[in-house]
Design a protein around this ligand. Structure first.
Ligand code: FEH
Ligand code: ZN
Ligand code: ZN
Length: 334
């Protein structure tokens, strides 16, 4: 079968490999779509601050597939049915899994990051990672729901504790940020969208942002909403956006860091302390939240923007995403 594999920094190729055989407790999926994430770029171009990636590795951690073969002891999975894959699949036994925080599982082997992922014709997945896809949700939308929507949902609701009516700033309106704009405005927040790309800012206005501004025209001393910005979610995570987040957030507010553009970076220690700013990390989401996200999408409350392209073109789309030429989320179709 075909697989887009990482062999080491800047060595990412489409190759022929053996089709996987599902081990005990695993399911073989025929991949129907796999979303392209900025984190894949950070892996390919060695920008994760030394985070260990086992090579060779098939990347792709946003997966929708059809169950075609069951490993031993698998029950409750239907051959022929479509499933979304919960990427940070937990062990089910550690304190975090038992507390429903399986995204923090100490024993997880993240799909497409620590074990072979979905940029391939087939992928073997632990059965407990599979979430049925509602009929109303297309393959590519279900794929990106597993990260680009789930991560935004988790960051705003679970970590950010978003409240209806509060002022919320979304920094970076790419794949995740645009979903965050939709989620926050659907939940009654008043949303400021910030980016440097006018096309993305126009999309944000069309998807619920009350105000959408180029960060270079934004004066943090004159926040542009009719209310304090008490929650800021940074989906970029470079030094400039981390600083802007802490300048925008109101006294006593929350900053949620999601993007990985630069490991480390500045913190406004004095302000964070004297004005009790909560700076919070947010990672991916939980399996239970993924089921909720798919339901929210099936009911049309969030409409993720996805464009599909053949798996054969993955190297082209990696370069276009890196060049900032992708407006929505790209999903590769084998
Ligand atoms: C992927 C790899 C490492 C860290 C974070 C991520 C996110 O894209 C998962 O949503
Ligand atoms: Zn990702
Ligand atoms: Zn666990």
């Amino acid at each position: 079968m075909r697989a887009a594999r990482y062999f080491g920094p800047r060595d990412f190729r489409l190759v022929e490999v053996e089709r996987p055989v599902p081990a005990r407790g695993e399911v073989l999926l025929r991949v129907r779509a796999a979303g392209l994430c900025h984190s894949d770029l950070h892996i390919i171009f060695d920008e994760l601050g030394g985070f260990p990636i086992p090579a060779p590795l098939t990347l792709g951690h946003e997966i929708c597939g059809e169950a075609v073969e069951l490993g031993e002891d698998v029950t409750g999975i239907e051959i022929g049915r479509r499933y979304a894959v919960f990427g940070p699949v937990g062990c089910g036994n550690c304190a975090y899994c038992r507390a429903g925080r399986d995204n923090l599982c100490t024993g997880s082997r993240w799909m497409g990051i620590a074990r072979d992922g979905g940029y391939a014709d087939y992928v073997a997945v632990p059965a407990q990672a599979l979430v049925p896809v509602p009929d109303a949700v297309p393959d590519a939308v279900a794929a990106v729901a597993t990260d680009a929507v789930l991560t935004s949902y988790h960051a705003l609701l679970t970590v950010g504790r978003l409240q209806p009516g509060e002022g919320v700033a979304i920094l970076g309106v790419g794949g995740l940020g645009l979903n965050a704009v939709q989620i926050a405005s659907a939940l009654g927040a008043v949303v400021l969208a910030v980016d440097i790309d006018e096309r993305k800012l126009e999309l944000a206005r069309r998807h619920g942002a009350a105000v959408a501004l180029d960060s270079r025209q934004l004066d943090p001393q004159q926040p542009p909403l009719d209310r304090p910005i008490t929650l800021v979610a940074d989906f970029v995570g470079n030094d400039q956006t981390k600083l802007l987040a802490q300048q925008l957030v109101a006294r006593g507010g929350r900053v949620v860091l999601v993007g990985l553009a630069s490991v480390g970076g500045p913190l406004l220690a004095l302000r964070d302390i004297s004005e009790e700013i909560a700076v919070l990390g947010s990672f991916w989401g939980t399996r239970a939240e993924l089921a909720t996200v798919l339901d929210v999408i099936a009911r049309g409350l969030v409409r993720p923007r996805v464009e599909t392209h053949p798996l054969e073109e993955i190297l082209t789309w990696v370069e276009r995403l890196r060049a900032g030429e992708v407006e929505s989320r790209v999903a590769l179709v084998p």
